[in-house]
Write a protein that binds this ligand. Sequence first.
Ligand code: RIB
Ligand code: CA
Length: 324
Amino acid sequence: MARKIILDVDTGSDDAVAIMMALLSNDIDVIGICSVAGNQPIENTTENTLRVVQALGKKVPVYRGAREPLVKSMFPERFIKGAKIVNDRIYDADGKEIKIHRDYLDLPKATIQEESICAAEFYLQYLRNAKEKVTLVLVGPLTNLALALMMDARIVSNIEEILIMGGGHHITNSTSAAEFNIWYDPEAAYKVINCGAKVTLVPLDATHEACVTEEDCKALEQLGTLAGKFACELCRQRILIHNAMQPLDIPDAAAVHDALCIAYLIDPSVLSDIEHVHVDIGFYHRAEGQTIIDQRYYTEDKNCYFAYHADRHKFVKLLMDTFR
Ligand code: RIB
Ligand code: CA
């Protein structure tokens, strides 16, 4: 029986790989896709999401979500990243700037339309009336679900699990303390992690282990499918940025963060060392967006599951099998 999910994305290059994997997997039934501002403004992430759904010829509704975090935008100083990340720009041989998330995905403009209701409304309508529980897979900032939970916390009763690409214990990216999805909207992250549903975090510690190499990109391209070729293009772009700004243990490799969440739904053994822990969210100054794990013997009440490790070879095989 395919697992019913709602996908929440800030499409983005790795979001696009995750969307394709979810739409093409026989093990997953995508009820709807919610866009959110994050990697790009909401106009871009919504358009990019529509382009991916259209390119695969799938009939899955897309719901436009929040254009800014719950409250953080009121405090611009909280967006100050580590100087290194903001100032560095990467250019290819032709002098063209390379971004890990292009403004618009290199796919035909969307002619399919987004739905009339917004993401938070969709969460409320669907979860209030669902006949069976559904898994929420959030791979961008957690703003949409936080809004819905603030409007009607009863929706938790129809949530099977909340699977989040977010956080980092030994590894961060946006700042020395934080991973981007949590850092972009820490208040939303706090509300979602503590909503009472089962929450599983897939952090950078795991996604950096489940990386793809140039060899894997070649294999994806040789599949000869649209998804394989597009995933190859996206991952090659990501390898350039990782090499320049965040080299992994394996040379010429890239994390495909969001796709690891989908891989976990298909084969849970792709993640390991999943521990039930208490995670706090850091706010302000250097702690902004940090996922703080309580490692004391007498910890605070445990509020989520944290996946410390992933299996690279299983992840790549799941990518290849799905995009074949
Ligand atoms: O930190 C990685 C996360 O931030 C991924 O979801 C990526 O798409 C960006 O949203
Ligand atoms: Ca994302």
